[in-house]
Design a protein around this ligand. Structure first.
Ligand code: ATP
Length: 296
């Protein structure tokens, strides 16, 4: 049995002269959470559209649960659920009506639809708001409803395109718990995010997308280790970070760094040495890639 839920090799996609995906390859193990991390416009949604058969690649191949996204479109669609960036629910209907409608569209009988709707309202903590119109829902409630709607029929692979964008911290954390609960049920989750903390908290594996390719993959820990052992952080009098510099942490390296920066720092600059954060990782990896692209 293939242990990969998603396999992508050499994927390319351009819009006119703009190359968005430039030979992208990745694989996602079954039953894991995979986070694709990239800044605005990096091509995350473009990749999700190809993997969910909404658009075709120009070149390369992608398989979901062993099915090719171009030649076995129907089998791929039967293997996936997709929650996009914008809530795909009807605002005039209530949460319960939206769910029941989707259940009926998916072929469930009236009785089955009622039961499945009640189950999903409970699972996504929407019971209290079930009979309110969606236009009165908060952002977090809408996201939960959107997720519930996409899970009316249980599929092995779930795509979440920036699931927590625009949510406040409390709603974001609540949605993380929901996503982790779906993983516990054995669902493979492929999510895109701009939030490093989200990738750090949720994902078994993280991939950084930059310049149309995956520039690094690993766990949050291995990615941090890749950037270097420590970071020298310089702070001004107001305690604001003015610069961070990766370092191996050795006395020799830190002395060399200090020699290089000391003359240009105001006298009250303070220095701390700390482990790199995911922000440092992201900056280091995408900056190197941008330099390579602009020199190409
Ligand atoms: N149908 C299209 N026609 C032309 N250009 C497109 C099309 N779809 C996407 N693009 C361009 O491709 C690039 C990548 O877009 P995409 O939406 O995949 O990025 P993203 O990483 O999801 O960004 P965001 O985080 O802002 O959603 C952007 O420059 C976008 O303008």
């Amino acid at each position: 049995m293939n242990a990969c839920a998603i396999e992508v090799t050499g994927l390319r996609k351009s819009f006119g002269k703009r190359t968005v995906l430039n030979g992208l390859s990745l694989s996602v193990a079954k039953g894991t959470i995979f986070a694709l991390l990239g800044p605005n416009g990096a091509g995350k949604t473009t990749l999700i559209h190809i993997l969910s058969t909404l658009s075709d690649p120009d070149d390369g191949a992608a398989r979901i649960e062993g099915y090719d996204v171009v030649s076995s479109r129907t089998a791929v669609r039967r293997s996936i659920s997709l929650t996009g960036q914008f809530a795909a629910v009807d605002e005039v209907l209530t949460g319960r009506e939206n769910l029941t409608m989707m259940c009926r569209l998916c072929g469930l009988s009236r009785g089955e639809a009622r039961m499945r709707t009640a189950e999903l309202l409970k699972r996504f903590a929407l019971e209290e708001a079930a009979d309110r119109r969606v236009k009165a829902y908060s952002g977090g409630m809408r996201r939960r409803l959107d997720l519930a709607v996409s899970l009316v029929v249980s599929r092995p692979v779930l795509f979440l395109d920036e699931p927590t964008t625009g949510l406040d911290t409390v709603s974001r954390r609540a949605l993380w718990d929901t996503i982790l609960g779906l993983k516990e049920q054995g669902i493979t989750i492929f999510l895109t995010t701009q939030y490093l903390e989200e990738a750090d908290q949720l994902a078994d594996e993280i991939a950084v997308l930059s310049g149309g390719r995956i520039v690094a993959t690993g766990t949050a820990e291995t990615l941090k280790a890749q950037v270097g052992g420590e970071v020298v952080e310089l702070r001004n009098r107001q305690d604001e970070v003015i610069r961070t510099i990766p370092t191996s942490g050795s006395v020799h390296d830190i002395r060399q760094t200090l020699n290089e920066i000391a003359s240009s720092c105001p006298p009250d600059t303070r220095m701390v040495i700390r482990k790199p954060s995911m922000d440092d990782v992201f900056l280091a990896l995408t900056t190197v890639e941008q330099k390579e692209v602009s020199h190409a």
